[in-house]
Design a protein around this ligand. Structure first.
Ligand code: URP
Ligand code: ZN
Ligand code: ZN
Length: 459
């Protein structure tokens, strides 16, 4: 099957230009003016932007978190992703049984995703303890297409500094990336305990018990460990506040290399006042929502390139079910919120059309940079000959309102209910097949493929 996308404005991190795109089979064959091919179906994109299929490197499909399980499996979650313009995800594995090796969770995640995902997918490993066996196994994980691993500094299977340092060192030797959830566990636990002991159990205390400085202290510490490990590639997930961004800037000012930073739409567009609403439990996620001045700092960081990636941390629990575990005590509420479908339109509308970031930066942060950092580039994240035929046609003029009934996740709410958005996704293509059109899923269960990712820097 051949397709020509005609007359669109093609967007890359570097430029925006009018061109046609010829997709032959699964890949882009050429990009140019006045392309023609008798066998090709033609899709008119005049007046629209054509961007690469977006890449979301922070999702949690089918995540088991304590007694609750995230409600999107790899089918529902990737249908939602596809409808929102995302054609590749790299999912963060859940913790496995105590003491399990890295391949235990890799096998489990292949079982969860293979035959279900409707878009292409990869996995990040998760380090839940460190010993010689785990350090040795990192190489086999990279060979198996998983050259990245996540370390949590809080939650049950958090690592201590020495363990995190060993992972950073070994990942550097292998050319892999270590991702970190940064929060100072002891401080957060102390604050949470104190809140509960003093009867402050409403959702707002979720935010109050996880202060900005508890995050930024952990960010600064992780950056020091990465520096000690020889500027090991380090990726800070879901950075949410200005103090953390300052810690990143400080490290870079001192010359540290290989630091990558991700934020998420919720930290750019929502604030902690949400916790005061009757449905405040919907927003219980870690780190928590912050203040308007944090949002502003993050937009500035995104605009100037200090933040490289916008991921989602998509981790949905139903408000009327799992989230209600926290109705009398926020510490019992499963952490996480949906967002995989909302990311691309939200960032375009709130970022590009409100002049906070350029169109090219938008494409860089939701498509190219995540692909580059995590070894999917240039197969993914860019429109160029030889790349996969993954693209999105975006109508910049269409206006709509985000409501739950338009979303495709299995969860019972959207965190952005009622938000007016300009810019609508007309069509989404993966490897030459249309997987979403006019807000409806048109793809196929199990059509997504595992992406065998390369090490950092290898193209
Ligand atoms: O609250 C969150 N973010 N839940 C998902 C797991 C994580 O910390 O990324
Ligand atoms: Zn996290
Ligand atoms: Zn996460």
């Amino acid at each position: 099957m051949k397709t020509i996308i005609k007359n669109g404005m093609v967007v890359s991190p570097a430029e925006t230009y009018e061109a046609d795109i010829l997709i032959d089979g699964e890949q882009i064959r050429c990009i140019g003016r006045n392309l023609a091919d008798e066998e090709a179906r033609v899709i008119d994109a005049a007046g629209k932007y054509v961007i690469p299929g977006a890449v979301d490197v922070h999702t949690h499909m089918d995540l088991q978190a304590g007694s609750s399980r995230a409600v999107d499996d790899f089918y529902d979650g990737t249908v939602a992703a596809a409808c929102g313009g995302t054609t590749s995800i790299v999912d963060h594995m859940a913790f496995g049984p105590k003491g399990c090796d890295l391949h235990h969770q890799l096998a489990e995640y292949h079982r969860l995703a293979d035959g279900k995902a409707v878009i292409d997918y990869g996995f990040h490993g998760v380090a839940q303890h460190v010993d010689r066996g785990i350090l040795d196994e990192l190489e086999a994980m990279a060979e198996d297409g998983v050259p990245s691993i996540k370390v949590y500094l809080t939650y049950d299977f958090r690592l201590n500094d020495a363990e995190a340092f060993q992972i950073l060192k070994r990942m550097k030797e292998l050319g892999g990336v270590t991702a970190f959830h940064c929060e100072n566990h002891d401080i957060v636990e102390y604050c949470r305990r104190t809140c509960v002991e003093t009867g402050r159990t409403d959702p707002i205390y979720h935010a109050k018990s996880r202060p900005n400085l508890a995050e930024s202290e952990a960010v600064a510490r992780v950056l020091s460990l990465a520096r000690l490990a020889g500027d090991a590639p380090v990726y800070i997930v879901h950075l949410s506040c200005k103090e953390s961004l300052e810690a990143v800037r400080d490290a870079r000012r001192k010359g540290q290399k290989n630091i990558f930073v991700e934020t998420c739409p919720q930290y750019l567009t929502l604030t902690e006042e949400k916790y005061l609403d009757p449905d405040g439990l919907k927003y219980v996620m870690s780190p928590p929502l912050r203040t308007a001045s944090d949002c502003e700092a993050l937009w500035e960081g995104l605009a100037c390139g200090d933040i490289q990636v916008v991921g989602t941390d998509h981790c949905p629990f139903n408000f009327h079910k799992e989230k209600q575990l926290g109705k009398d005590d926020f510490t019992k509420c499963p952490n996480g919120a949906p967002g995989v479908e909302e990311r691309v339109p939200l960032l375009f509308s709130e970022g590009v059309l409100k002049n906070r970031i350029s169109l090219n930066r938008f494409v860089e942060t939701v498509c190219a940079n995540p692909a580059r950092i995590y070894g999917l580039y240039p197969q993914k994240g860019i429109l160029q000959p030889g790349a996969d035929g993954d693209l999105v046609i975006l109508d910049p003029a269409a206006e709509w309102t985000i409501t739950h009934d338009k979303m495709h996740s299995a969860v019972d709410y959207t965190a952005y209910e009622g938000m007016a958005v300009k810019g609508k996704i007309d069509l989404v293509m993966q490897r030459g097949r249309i997987v979403a059109e006019n807000g409806a899923f048109t793809g196929e269960r199990g059509a997504g493929r595992f992406i065998h990712r390369k090490c950092y820097g290898a193209e």
